[in-house]
Design a protein around this ligand. Structure first.
Ligand code: SF4
Length: 389
């Protein structure tokens, strides 16, 4: 056994659990997540490793007193697994940890990988929320970015989810795609509003180095909307979703009242979480821990050493403050004024030239004792946050 890198956890706040399933039917052209084309022979070994990791880490940390507020199966495409495989992982979590009564259990599901019996089994096993990768409703755009499903398969998947009992469904949508017009984006938003999910995430495409789309872009014109159009697409999402009754609670996330994603709030509110699986990160007692990235190495590490934690980093007080600022300002509720002042080390907001300028220019505001990014500031939120750090 390797010496444990696990930190001692002292506080009693609820924890989130993240479970990484690193397999997809095929790779989308824009994706740089730690995921691989599914290899059925390797899957069961990976799941055995996952079950072992969950049990061993929970035992090593004697964590029974910490309640779990959320479990998130992400990837990859967790829904390509059989229901019984996912339920087995969930059972290991239940045996190792103490779940809150109203624990949120989310699972990422792609159209074309679910059917009614699978969905019913997941619902009955306690999965409370599904997050569906739709991205766009124009088949030509879906093909362009390497998605393997069609728009009608997305709609059918949504219907099956409802039929199985799910009453908390997120749809992931993307703007700024190659060949996507404003008309396409409005059609996608209106379709999503029309099918009636409880939550919508709207992300702009990011060209990540090393992806096929990035490579194509380097080699020539790929028909991306220009910056101004992309900003208008974002604003269109904000306006249309608000008019349809969704609350924008984070830069890219919109929820019907009562349906904010508990698990993502764990990250944005800088709460602690365990990450299980290949490449998963954990944030515990001021440390970030990293698991082995490659599934095969992850499985070997668990079998040989009883842990797959490959490294850890103690975050300095300065780094913790920066993270809190960066994450907190992504939320529309922003940060408590006193916390914000403590992070910047000022007694008064006007004592910081940067803050005073952003307040004067209408990018930041103070509402009910909290510093928030204004709607105008949302368009340039990332740049604003960088200016403050
Ligand atoms: S389905 Fe999701 S995780 Fe899988 S390749 Fe596509 S974007 Fe990446």
């Amino acid at each position: 056994m390797k010496p444990s890198l696990e930190p001692k956890i002292l506080n009693l706040e609820p924890l989130g659990l993240y479970i990484h399933i690193p397999y997809c039917l095929s790779r989308c052209h824009y994706c740089d997540f730690n995921t691989y084309r599914v290899d059925t022979a390797a899957v069961q070994q990976y799941l055995d490793g996952l079950a072992q990791e969950i049990t061993l880490r929970a035992t090593a940390m004697a964590i029974r007193d910490r309640r779990i507020c959320s479990v998130f199966f992400g990837g990859g495409t967790p829904s390509i697994l059989q229901a019984s495989q996912l339920i087995d992982v969930l059972d290991h979590c239940r045996a190792a940890f103490t779940f809150e009564d109203d624990v949120e259990i989310s699972l990422e599901a792609n159209p074309g990988t679910v059917d009614l019996p699978k969905l019913r089994a997941l619902w009955e096993a306690g999965v409370t929320r599904l997050s569906v990768g739709v991205q766009a409703v124009q088949d030509r755009l879906l093909r362009r970015i390497g998605r393997v499903h069609t728009a009608s398969e997305a709609e059918q998947a949504f219907r099956l989810m409802r039929e199985a009992g799910f009453d908390n469904i997120n749809l992931d949508l993307m703007f700024g795609l190659p060949g996507q017009s404003m008309g396409d984006w409005v059609e996608t938003l209106d379709w999503a509003i029309g099918v009636g999910p409880e939550h919508i995430s709207a992300y702009g495409l990011i060209l990540e180095e090393g992806t096929p789309l990035y490579q194509e872009h380097r080699e020539g014109e790929i028909g991306l909307p220009d910056e101004e159009t992309e900003a208008m697409m974002y604003q269109m999402a904000v306006d249309r979703l608000r008019d349809a009754g969704f609350e924008q609670y984070e830069i890219s996330n919109f929820a019907c009242p009562g349906f904010r994603c508990r698990h993502n709030l764990v990250y944005w509110q800088h709460q602690e979480y365990f990450g299980f699986g290949a490449g998963a990160h954990s944030f515990l007692a001021g440390r970030r821990l990293y698991n082995e990235l490659l599934p095969a190495r992850y499985v070997c590490a668990i079998a040989e050493h009883g842990t797959a934690v490959a490294g850890s980093e103690e975050l300095s007080a300065e780094m913790l403050r920066s993270e809190r600022l960066m994450l907190g300002l992504r939320l529309r509720t922003g940060l408590d004024v006193q916390v914000f002042k403590d992070i910047l080390g000022v007694e008064d907001l006007s004592a910081s030239d940067r803050v005073a300028r952003l307040l004067d220019d209408g990018f930041l505001c103070v509402e009910e004792g909290r510093v928030q990014i204004t709607e105008r500031g949302l368009l340039v939120a990332n740049e604003l946050i960088v200016q403050l750090l």
